[in-house]
Write a protein that binds this ligand. Structure first.
Ligand code: ATP
Length: 254
């Protein structure tokens, strides 16, 4: 990030309290355009709560969240989505009896309802197909476009969730455990898809598989007990004793 450019995302000393519990305690996080950051940490560290404060499903008790310089601390999730922040759709939002392409068009039209008139001229239809083609390519689903969602493997359905999030052309995408429940082979594909997004969209991802996470991002923020314990590049995190103790050590004992 250059010294003068405003960060894409600027989380400033955000705290989130649930009664007496400080689930997130004065956490700051800055992301440049296109940067990819993983949030790691043991159960209860505050990862999901911080993530939700960025998407807007939880409001910060203290601190500020800025996106492209605008204060969105109090903005609801749909206003944040309109500004360019997306999170993955859940499989429960997919229409299993419709094709992959139809699901993507529905995601896109849901978003575009207010931008285009109900009727569409040829130019708008062409623009829609460009967005759908690009999402299919980027999520390795271009050969599956006419299949029904129920005919996809579980891994492909997760890829489709990601593709649907891309239809809004977000500048920041939040991924909550994108590889959870996938087979080893499906995890490899998901990691390729996520790495392939490099440069086009900034990412904040929570992932419990530390090796997978370290291979997908530029920077890692490791949280414990609501605070940032360590922050650094994947190689620095791999060799960090504190991280090994609280995270890798925990996993070795498991
Ligand atoms: N809505 C809520 N009300 C009360 N406490 C909550 C709420 N949401 C989370 N917490 C508590 O806040 C703390 C942080 O939870 P959070 O889910 O953010 O952790 P996490 O790092 O995402 O953990 P995990 O990896 O298990 O998902 C935990 O102690 C949790 O019990």
């Amino acid at each position: 990030m250059s010294a003068t450019a405003a960060p894409l995302l600027d989380v400033r000393a955000v705290s989130i309290h649930f009664g007496a519990l400080r689930a997130v305690d004065a956490v700051s996080l800055r992301l440049a355009a296109g940067e990819r950051v993983a949030i790691l940490g043991p159960n209860g560290a505050g990862k999901t709560t911080l993530f939700n404060a960025i998407t807007g499903t939880i409001r910060a008790t203290r601190g500020q969240v800025l996106f492209e310089g605008a204060d969105i601390t109090r903005a609801p999730p749909n206003a944040r989505a309109h500004r360019g922040i997306a999170r993955t759709f859940q499989i429960t939002n997919l229409f299993f009896g419709l094709s992959v392409e139809e699901n993507l068009l529905l995601a896109l039209r849901g978003l575009l309802r207010s931008r285009f008139a109900v009727w569409r001229d040829g130019r708008a239809l062409g623009a829609e197909h460009e967005v759908v083609d690009s999402a299919l390519e980027r999520c390795h689903l271009h050969t599956k476009r006419h299949l029904l969602v129920r005919e996809l493997s579980y891994g492909e359905q997760r890829q489709l969730e990601l593709a649907m999030s891309l239809t809004s052309s977000p500048r920041l995408l939040l991924l909550d455990e994108p590889a959870a429940g996938l087979s080893p082979a499906e995890r490899v594909v998901m990691a390729q898809v996520i790495r392939g997004l490099q440069g086009s969209v900034a990412l904040v991802l929570i992932e419990h598989d530390i090796d997978l996470a370290l291979g997908m991002v530029d920077r890692v923020v490791c949280m414990a007990q609501g605070a940032v314990l360590v922050e650094g590049k994947p190689d620095e995190i791999r060799g960090n004793e504190k991280v090994q103790e609280i995270y890798l050590g925990r996993r070795r004992r498991a």
